[in-house]
Design a protein around this ligand. Sequence first.
Ligand code: NAD
Length: 398
Amino acid sequence: MKVLLLENIHPKSEEFFKRNGYEVESLSGSLDENVLSKKIKDVHVLGIRSKTKITSKVLENAENLLAIGAFCIGTNQINIKKCNSKGIVIFNAPFSNTRSVVELAIGNIISLMRGTFDKSSKLHHGMWEKSASRSFEVRGKKLGIIGYGNIGSQLSVLAELLGMKVYFYDIDDKLPLGNAENCSSMEEVLELADVVTVHVDGRPENTNLISQREFDIMKDGAIFINLSRGSIVDINSLAENVKSGKLGGVSVDVYPSEPVSKKTEYSTVLQELPNTILTPHIAGSTEEAQQSIAEFVPAKIYDFIKRGSTVSSVNFPNLQLPLIINGHRLVHIHENVPGIMAKLNNILARHKINIEGQYLKTNQEIGYVITDIKNEYDKNVIGMLENIEHTVRLRLLF
Ligand code: NAD
């Protein structure tokens, strides 16, 4: 099987695939639609990060592609609908860099509360600003977390260890960790927090989730942190609230539009503002996170190709499967319409094939059936199963 890894994926991934007998090509950059459309034809596994766009045209040409590994968290760069219709499974690394983001958030909360970033910049320019004014401990302060998912909940734990009092709001029901308090609305959190930090996902409804109305609700002098997505905060309104002094400090790692290359000169309305830490989308970028992603994603892909497991897949129903010792495993991927199981089992019954084990899981679009059968079977059934109406893909694993 051929693996194509793009965008400088950590060498651990290449090592893993090679060790397991795959042929691997690794490229440091991304490929554009036309080049990738040609290159993809004989590829079975594609590894990308956030820059490579997996468009409908690329997927049209992906005749052999079984799996895409997104060596990052987001999967917006992939046409998921098209992957579903072609039976291509997508895996990502939803929590490999969680800890890295949380550590940066903690570091920046302390930095902003103490004003050390500005004081350091001033000293670089010869100004000795020795003062305790507007410099605070984080102990005993109220941290408001909007979005209590992987990052929000981890941050909650570490912030409590520093003596902060944690309040959070999530649109889903979440178990409060430690002594954190679950608030019934985002407004409630904004109103009481000394530090507000946003860790929601980038769904369209979250565009400009934090705008002037939300800044108005916050305490005067509140610290505001966005390490999640650029689209979530109205950046002009954020800048105005720093200028007016409504916000006492800001840390931003993500922007509404970000440059595609390191070389591009970047400008944002947040530059030159006081007590404002700007980082170039690096909250999750650490050596540890890169290594963890490079171990997590290939293991999931390998498990899928080897035994059909789809645990933690982005687009496929999640199924954890046992190994079988003697026998064969049929993987049938179909559009999720009624009656497919009956048709499949009918064909097996007519050919007197005994089912050793069968697993079915569906999501809104896809039905995923694994059928384990005995060693001896009539090979004609494969074609018949493939011909069942609404079949997307059939694979015989072993
Ligand atoms: P997650 O999916 O585990 O958590 C997101 C949480 O936000 C979920 O619990 C969801 O229910 C909640 N949510 C969504 N909309 C909400 C709303 N309007 N109000 C309240 N809660 C809402 O995601 P995660 O892994 O914790 O990541 C959080 C964010 O951080 C994502 O946007 C991700 O893209 C971003 N991120 C950025 C970096 C970086 O380098 N800057 C790195 C990793 C993750």
